[in-house]
Design a protein around this ligand. Structure first.
Ligand code: HEC
Length: 150
């Protein structure tokens, strides 16, 4: 038994190595923990942020719908939650942090969420619309590489 253990351990290590090598970088693979964050947090908060920022955009002229104090607070909370998920995805246990495409998209999501949070805190509709727009680009840049297109 004792003599066999190192051989078994080596075989296991080799099998694990082969399994890791079989996962191609820059491809969509099931990421259940990421999917749960997207479903439970990112979808809802980003939908609210994108819609409200779009309505508030001063580029709409007289039709721009200025958020009230409660809406500004909600927008800031949305942005802060999105930043938390982005930073969570930058941890090796949660995201594909060895891949440049992943890291760039998650860092950009974190940076744009931070800008959106700052804009919401300052009640700055123009800056919020800009950040929301740039934030949505970060979703696309990650999804086009890592999310299965159906
Ligand atoms: C760094 C990568 C990354 C970024 C940035 C990112 N996502 Fe995702 N997202 C994923 C991956 C990977 C999946 C697929 C997970 C799976 O199905 O296993 C996904 C799935 C989703 C889903 C589908 C969830 C479901 O019900 O199956 C939604 C909705 C979503 N993302 C929204 C967003 C939005 C909105 C943003 C930007 C605010 C965003 N994501 C930014 C990686 C990312």
């Amino acid at each position: 038994m004792l003599r066999k253990t190192p051989v078994a351990a080596l075989a296991l290590a080799l099998a694990a190595g082969a399994a890791l090598a079989a996962v191609k970088p820059n491809t969509p693979t099931p990421m259940p923990k990421v999917q749960a964050q997207m479903k439970d947090v990112v979808d809802r908060t980003s939908t609210d942020l994108f819609n409200t920022a779009g309505e508030a955009d001063p580029a709409n002229g007289p039709d721009a719908k200025a958020p009230n104090a409660a809406a500004w607070a909600r927008l800031k909370a949305d942005a802060d939650k999105l930043k938390s998920v982005a930073d969570w995805m930058l941890q090796p246990a949660n995201g594909k942090t060895t891949e440049a495409n992943w890291t760039a998209a998650a860092k950009a999501m974190s940076a744009q969420s931070a800008l959106a949070s700052k804009a919401a805190a300052a009640h700055d509709a123009k800056a919020l619309a800009l950040a929301a727009n740039d934030l949505s680009d970060t979703c696309t840049s990650c999804h086009k590489v890592y999310k299965k297109q159906e």
